[in-house]
Design a protein around this ligand. Structure first.
Ligand SMILES: Nc1nc2c(c(=O)[nH]1)N(C=O)[C@@H](CNc1ccc(C(=O)N[C@@H](CCC(=O)O)C(=O)O)cc1)CN2
Ligand SMILES: Nc1nc2c(ncn2[C@@H]2O[C@H](COP(=O)(O)OP(=O)(O)OP(=O)(O)O)[C@@H](O)[C@H]2O)c(=O)[nH]1
Ligand SMILES: [Mg+2]
Length: 458
């Protein structure tokens, strides 16, 4: 890891400024060779690099000035990678940045692999694996809530929580091992009620994290909302109103929407994926039948369903009870409220009496904000994620599930008075699985899987 790597750290294309990042033992020397305090045609002046002090000057290629730049030298370990790092802030244009980079390559720097700067920060112990993953999550965050969780993971909250559990288990393991190694000194291993409470609380904590993962999947991928109902009730009109754009085709002809139409938006920072579907009813039209099949699939895949009805039509109780899922939240909306006065409101059947329908008019926009609020309330009510929550990703969740398996086996074994060797093995396995989360015990293929998701320059 002694070689020096370089890459463009900003997105490709034209922009205000672009940053080139260099990391490794030679980064100060290499930067000094292409940098001058004065333009190339004057007398070249070698720079005085002082760590963490910005210096102004020019990047020179022989007698040509390539660009006027600002340079930030950072002596390790006080840097992103914990190695010597130099950042060159140049004008952002693909050609300019490429030329500076090529100068560095000619002098012996190596092109950085995707995520290699962050990988070095991890290998040099500045951050753990969960923090490295958080860096990628911050870059890829598409909503306020996913950014918030990534930011707290970047601060090391998940790392702390895992390390706390590992140290509890390590202390317990030490006692088991003492009993194994020195049976005479330590006597038989004694399992106290205090141990039981401590171990149970570790198991509960692991379970809690697994649950947080499940809850937060919603927030990362977006909560899927399927809009469904009979033809022509105004499903597509409501979809467009919520999105505030003309996404779905609206006509007075029943059966307009066939293929599901999907779009995403955030409501107060919570990401949603909204799907408009074909009106569901009895029909012989082949295209419509296929559309209705797809609508059912969408309802199946949704986290929450918006069922639209309109005044003046009998409530389609039979088809509703066939279509609507028992296991997910449903919101009813009565659309076209502009057409009637309050007294003509359609009555929902007894079964749905405790869900008050939201009255809207997609035509005038009335009630759409109430509908948005209801959507939020319905979803947030089902999530139990606090503000300071740490949210494990899928990789963490799988490791947690493995760790929990060993915890459970071990705690059963303790109750049954199983021999210390077997118990110790389960504790070790549990610690190892937890360790893969922070990277303490992560095999190389896990590291590759994590860092291969990064972009170049990160
Ligand atoms: N110009 C620039 N902006 C950037 C970054 C960068 O690398 N360069 N970052 C890159 O992602 C982010 C900031 N993250 C950073 C994280 C740690 C350190 C760092 O040098 N840490 C050292 C020293 C801290 C200190 O001097 O007090 C450390 O933690 O030991 C720098 C940036 C976003 N903005
Ligand atoms: N008066 C009034 N008309 C509406 C309202 N919402 C929709 N419409 C009209 O109702 C008709 C059907 O609207 P769509 O949004 O296409 O209905 P849909 O449920 O998507 O219909 P399908 O895709 O055929 O199932 C159109 O002529 C709309 O202009 C409303 O709130 N008030
Ligand atoms: Mg439609």
């Amino acid at each position: 890891m002694t070689d020096t790597i370089a890459a463009i750290a900003t997105p490709f294309g034209s922009g205000g400024i672009g940053v080139i990042r260099i990391s490794g033992q030679q980064s100060f020397d290499l930067a000094a060779k292409i940098f001058s305090k004065t333009p190339a045609d004057g007398e070249k002046k070698a720079p005085q690099f002082i760590s963490h002090r910005v210096i102004h000057g020019f990047i020179c290629d022989g007698d040509t000035t390539v660009d006027e730049v600002l340079v930030i030298p950072m002596k390790g370990p006080r840097s992103y990678t914990a190695e010597d790092v130099v950042e060159i802030q140049a004008h952002s244009g693909t050609i300019v940045l490429r030329r500076i980079l090529d100068l560095l390559f000619k002098l012996g720097a190596r092109p950085a692999d995707p995520g290699e700067f962050t990988r070095r920060a991890f290998l040099n112990g500045r951050i753990d694996l969960t923090q490295a993953e958080a860096v990628a999550d911050i870059i890829n965050a598409r909503s306020d809530s996913s950014l918030k969780f990534a930011a707290s993971q970047n601060l090391g909250l998940l790392r702390q929580s895992i390390q706390d559990m590992i140290s509890v288990l390590t202390r317990f393991l030490a006692r088991l091992e003492a009993a194994i190694d020195f049976p005479d000194d330590a006597g038989a291993f004694s399992y106290t009620s205090q141990d039981k409470t401590t171990l149970q609380s570790v198991a509960d904590k692991i379970e809690g994290l697994i649950q947080q993962h499940k809850d937060a999947c919603f927030l990362k991928t977006g909560i899927r909302l399927a809009i469904c109902g009979e033809p022509n009730v105004g499903k597509s009109s409501i979809m467009n109103r919520i999105l505030e754009k003309e996404k779905s085709i609206i006509t007075a002809i029943p059966g307009t929407t066939r293929d599901p139409i999907e779009d995403s938006l955030t409501i107060e920072g919570i990401p949603f994926v909204i799907v408009d579907t074909a009106g569901i009813h009895q029909t012989d039209d082949l295209v419509e039948i296929i559309g209705i099949e797809k609508a059912r699939d969408q309802i199946e895949a949704a986290d929450i369903v918006l069922y639209v009805i309109e005044p003046g039509r009998p409530f389609p109780e039979k088809s509703v009870s066939k279509i609507l899922p028992e296991d997910k939240p449903v919101i009813f909306a009565i659309n076209k409220m502009d057409l009637i006065d309050e007294l003509d409101l359609p009555q929902l059947p007894q079964k749905y009496a405790d869900i008050s329908p939201v009255e809207v008019s997609a035509l005038t926009g009335k009630g759409i904000n109430t509908l948005r609020t209801r959507l939020l309330e319905t979803c947030i009510g089902n999530l139990e994620i606090g503000d300071d929550a740490v949210i494990p990703n899928l990789r963490h969740k799988n490791a947690l599930a493995q760790a929990l398996g060993h915890m459970t086996t071990m705690m059963d074994g303790l109750e049954k008075g199983q021999e210390e060797e077997t118990l110790a093995l389960d504790v070790k396995n549990c610690i190892d699985h937890l360790g893969t989360i922070t990277g303490d015990t992560a095999p190389p293929d896990i590291l590759d899987a994590v860092f291969n998701n990064f972009c170049i320059g990160k």
